[in-house]
Ligand binder design. Structure first.
Ligand code: C5P
Length: 235
């Protein structure tokens, strides 16, 4: 598979065309940003770890009947994926109040929510990814109502599976972000699932094992990402 034109460079990934128009190549970088790009840094080996972690989780989700963009991992930092037309909506699923939900609703971090919360954010660096609802999505023609119904259902199914899977590995799945796209008339789960895009806490100590260590200068960032891979790698 030939690496072609660079299509897009994001904060943590680059996406290239390949010689197959239906397949893109994703390269995971060590660069990390937070607070809409205001904080910048690098996390050693993050690209490699997020590639491995995402590949593992996408494979497991495929086994559960959830369609993802994963084709295969082709090197330490590279993954082949189905070429998606990305829907510019970030889908956040929350089991426990943390981050922006804790702040918005005045809840103490760590408060469990009585019902799983699904939120949508409009993917726009310029606007700082504002929180939106189904009406905004329809008003801006970002996705159809049946597409959003399928996305919500899939996001909840991902949560059901991942929450259980992480629990068996002594991890609490606090919240996470998903992205979806269109491919040959189907909606597929895209992007990545990694400590960059999820909050994982150790079940006993409630130690943070995710990007919050970078966001909040807690130290031990690389070690946290390694620990997640270690717990997943042990099946
Ligand atoms: O910051 P906030 O609490 O809204 O984040 C919720 C979840 O979504 C966290 O797991 C965070 O890592 C993830 N997220 C992300 N990309 C963003 C915003 C949030 O992966 N642009």
């Amino acid at each position: 598979m030939q690496k072609g034109e660079l299509l897009y460079e994001g904060k943590a990934k680059k996406v290239y065309r390949t010689d197959d128009p239906d397949t893109y190549l994703v390269e995971f970088k060590d660069d990390a940003t937070a607070f809409n790009g205001q904080k910048k840094g690098t996390i050693r080996d993050k690209g490699e770890l997020n590639n491995k972690i995402s590949t593992r989780l996408f494979r497991l989700l495929e086994k559960e009947g959830i369609a993802t963009h994963l084709v295969e991992q082709i090197s330490d930092r590279e993954m082949l994926v189905k070429a998606l037309e990305i829907i510019p909506v970030e889908v956040v699923v929350r089991n426990i109040a943390a981050g922006s939900l804790a702040k918005r609703l005045g809840l103490a971090e760590g408060t469990p929510v009585a019902r799983t919360v699904v939120e949508y954010y409009y993917k726009s660096d310029e606007l700082g990814d504002p929180l939106i609802n189904d009406d905004h999505i329809a008003a801006m023609n970002l996705a159809g109502a049946s597409e959003m119904a399928a996305i919500r259902k899939t996001a909840l199914a991902v949560n059901d599976f991942l929450r259980r899977y992480m629990d068996e590995r002594n991890l609490i799945l606090v919240d996470f972000k998903l992205e979806f796209g269109r491919h040959k008339g189907r909606i597929l789960l895209g992007d990545e699932i990694s400590p960059d895009t999820c909050r994982f806490w150790d079940k006993q100590s409630r130690e943070k094992l995710d990007k919050d260590r970078f966001r909040r200068d807690l130290g031990g960032v690389e070690e946290a990402y390694q620990e997640i891979w270690k717990r997943l790698g042990e099946n």
